[in-house]
Ligand binder design. Structure first.
Ligand code: SAH
Ligand code: SF4
Ligand code: F3S
Length: 431
């Protein structure tokens, strides 16, 4: 009999890619995906530690799973990903209905562990050796019009606020031929859009512009994206490749984090506001219509009113298409957690509100200008709230909603923007 697998994924695209790989591994020992918790024989929670709010939400979810275990004692529950790596045994102590905890570098052990647990009940924690060399597996993204392909794992940057290097280990790059093989196979299986993933793709060890060029020329690939780019390593060569390869989308996610040099330095980001400004100028000169998105942190330790003014001024100057704005969250084990000038919660929230207000207005103004224009979108499928409304994305990575006719996920179609909003565009199909 076929066994059922339910995976819940939190965090970034890297986790989404890891979940897909885990599902593929588990399929080889008879697990088929299900949407229902109650049907599952194995539930995996693939976790994120980047902010306290993420961890709180995940702990709540882990707690909820207890009821399924009570109803079906043979159910296996596993916690994987960044929080698994960070918390280890503590997760099982806190939630004994969790059967196993698997670290970020231990995915190769997944099958062995699940097999063991199928025959004997016990607790297993395997979080050692997260900086293991990469073990290549013959994995092919299938049946997905849009594929995430990791090109590197881990991070060496140690931004002072960030937990990622601590839970993902040091940077390890895959070999170009392995990545190209996987991309080729994905396209042969119907993938039209590929997103290359890494915490800092610009420091890919075997030449990112070259890799990007090779993949962009794969026959049958329509759209190529990548994330995340670190401003300190973004090269002119990369900008040239983006400008010259038509498959590469006109969008760049380039997290700046702050608009005050003093804070950028305290964050250990390795660039100045001026350097970032020059990068944006180059990008906009080389790639007309490029959409720029960013990440911003409000309330980093030591942030003064003057720093906040600089941040808001910078956001108004650059005019990002969109920004993900976060309240600084203290992560134990990181340098910033020990800084003695932490900002009061209420002030952090106030600053975030102001930042969002400024950015939302800009996003809306930029989107408003798209009204009446016709753009190509990649159809993603039914929207969350309404089956008759489908969603898609522009090459600039803006979400688009339109009334469904006969379109299928993976189709490239043309739409006219009718009603722009802050975070999305409403549109109608044109022939
Ligand atoms: N490697 C990527 C980012 C990964 S984390 C990069 O460097 O761009 C995604 C975003 O989460 C970061 O860009 C940052 O804005 C935010 N972030 C990371 N740690 C955080 C913390 N402790 N508190 C608040 N936001 C944080
Ligand atoms: Fe975190 Fe900085 Fe690495 Fe990004 S580059 S994952 S923010 S340490
Ligand atoms: Fe979260 Fe880990 Fe990604 S901490 S943001 S899931 S690398």
């Amino acid at each position: 009999m076929l066994k059922k697998l339910k995976i819940i994924t939190y965090g970034c695209q890297m986790n989404v890619a890891d979940s897909q790989r885990m599902a593929a591994r588990l399929e080889t020992i008879g697990y088929a995906p299900t949407d229902e918790f109650a049907d599952a024989d194995l539930i995996l929670i693939n976790t994120c530690s980047v902010r306290d709010s993420a961890e709180e939400k995940i702990l709540g979810k882990i707690g909820e799973l207890k009821q399924y275990k009570r109803r079906k004692p043979s159910l296996i529950i596993g916690v994987t990903g960044c929080m698994a790596q960070k918390e280890g045994d503590a997760l099982i102590e806190r939630a004994p209905h969790v059967d196993f905890v698997l670290g970020t570098g231990r995915q190769t052990e997944l099958i062995k562990i699940v097999r063991l647990l199928e025959s004997f009940h016990r607790h297993i924690v395997d979080v050692e050796g997260m900086s293991d060399p990469i073990v290549e597996e013959l994995y092919t993204p299938r049946g997905t019009h849009s594929a995430f392909i990791p090109i590197m794992y881990g991070c060496n940057n140690f931004c002072t606020y960030c937990i990622v290097p601590h839970v993902r280990g040091r940077e390890r790059s895959r070999q170009p031929q392995d990545i190209i093989r996987e991309a080729r196979a994905a396209v042969d299986n119907g993938t039209v859009e590929i997103t290359l993933l890494g915490q800092n793709v610009n420091s890919y060890a075997h030449g990112f512009p070259q890799l990007l060029t090779e993949i962009s020329r794969l026959d049958g690939l329509k759209r190529l994206r990548f994330m995340t780019s670190h401003p300190k390593d973004l090269s002119d060569e990369l900008i040239e490749v983006m400008a010259s390869e038509p498959t590469i989308c006109e969008h760049l996610h380039l997290p700046v984090q702050h608009g005050s040099d003093r804070l950028l330095q305290r964050m250990n980001r390795g660039y100045t506001v001026e350097r970032y400004r020059r990068l944006v100028e180059k990008l906009r000169a080389a790639i007309p219509n490029i959409a720029l998105t960013t990440d911003l942190i409000a309330g980093f330790p030591g942030e003064t009113d003057d720093d906040v003014d600089r941040l808001l001024e910078f956001v108004r100057e650059i005019r990002f298409d969109a920004a993900f704005t976060f309240i600084y969250s203290k992560r134990s084990g990181t340098p910033a957690a020990t800084f003695d000038d932490q900002i009061d919660d209420r002030i952090k929230h106030e600053r975030l509100e102001r930042l969002m207000a400024v950015q939302n207005k800009i996003s809306r103004e930029i989107n408003d200008r798209l009204a009446g224009s016709t753009v190509e979108i990649l159809v993603e499928g039914a929207s969350k709230s309404d089956e008759k409304i489908f969603s898609g994305r522009t090459r600039t990575n803006k979400p688009v909603l339109f009334r469904h006719g006969d379109e299928r996920a993976g189709d490239l179609i043309r739409v006219r923007i009718t009603q722009p909003q802050t975070w999305l565009l409403k549109a109608e199909r044109v022939e």
